[in-house]
Design a protein around this ligand. Sequence first.
Ligand code: HEM
Length: 444
Amino acid sequence: MKITNHAKSLPLPPGDLGLPLIGMDKTFLQNPQHFREELYQKYGAISKTRLRGKNYIYLYGYEAVKFVLINEDKYFVNTSFPNSKKIFGNTNIGMLRGEEHKNRRQLLAKALKNKALNGYINTIQDLTQNYFTRWIQSEVSDLSAQLNYYSLDLFLKLLLGIDSGSQTEINNYLRTMGSGLIAIPLPLPWTKFGQALDRKKILFAEFETIINQRQQENNRGSDILGVLLEVQKQTGNNLSSRELAEQIVNLLLLGRNELTSALTSFLMLTIQYPSVLESLKIEQEQLDKSEPLSLEKLKKMVYLEQVIKEVLRQAPPVSGGLRQVIQDCSFQEWRIPQGWNVVYQITSVLEDPDIYEQPEKFNPERFNPINAEDKKKPFCYLPFGGGVRECIGKEFAFLVIKIFVSILINNYSWKFKQNQNLTINKFPVSRPASKVAICFSKQT
Ligand code: HEM
């Protein structure tokens, strides 16, 4: 690996840019996962392609991925869908760079890490318990869809104090806004883009009303908005209600699907390993049942943490990251030109046999303090990305998953219908290859 001022004189990586107008769109759309795998098989760690009118460089494997993550803001910046700024706002963390990005992370971290998490435990417990009480009444016909409602309810309650958010129009608004992201940017009432802008207006107005009301109240509450308002009051660093609404929508967008994916994969993978379930149960039984859940108690669930890590390694909710190249650079004597996009592949690192012994095996013990395969070198445990843009919701995600699983293991059992396909597709987000039904029942 060499970074050089002569990057411009180096050749472009191997690959196929396809035909001038359509690039490689046709092959990509036929099977995106296969397209990605084939690039690696044909060309190795670095290759070029052209999709939807843009040039891309795909980077695979530990060294290539590390190259992107350590050169954030130097050669690469975060980028998103073409209409992202117009639909989701331009002050959210994904759009910020450099110092501004760092400051925004510091603010959000106050609400998503450490002590603040203690304030969310009861809400997560109550909401999870309510869902299980409902789920044991009849078969859940689509696990992912149910967990998606669960995650939305959880996020809306913890972000803004909204109850039963999945029963409101919010879900539809978010879906319409999402489908405007890559639409032709024509702001007319009947276009996807126009509809996305319309729903954005309604959603943001609703959220801003809640934020304004909360700002007037003496007791700001112990949810994420409450913590953010309190921190702002103390630091005098005031975001407008629109800016706060943008942060909140962004957290929802960046956390909800990932959480759904992680919980779905947890249920689908662990059921296949009875000895893992047995060990999880033993660990729960060893904990003091009379002690209420707290960060301290959750910390004692060491084996559970290992299992979650292994689930996320085998089925990472996010398969990779996208960046724009802001300065010509090179990797392995191949040129990475300014203006192109790079895609770094998380899965390629998590399945690397030089890091993870027998990576195809489901083995939570690889994360015990002796094996500690994830600590072999920096940037080798990547479900949450790495570097300055590492997931800021990591601790929060572990908190929710741990609470969910401890309630599950202590009170319920689950099974999937016979002969159901339990394959998990890993691209672009890990999710079941087909709809899966699940039955939860109360332990006797
Ligand atoms: C198991 C669950 C989760 C996984 C696997 C996950 C994964 C990731 C990954 C891989 C990135 C970096 C993407 C990149 O490099 O482009 C990221 C960023 C981010 N995640 Fe998560 N995430 C999860 C849950 C959450 C939750 C629950 C929240 C919010 C409460 C959240 C908020 C964010 C934010 C705000 C960023 C952007 C950070 C920045 O740009 O500085 N994530 N996440």
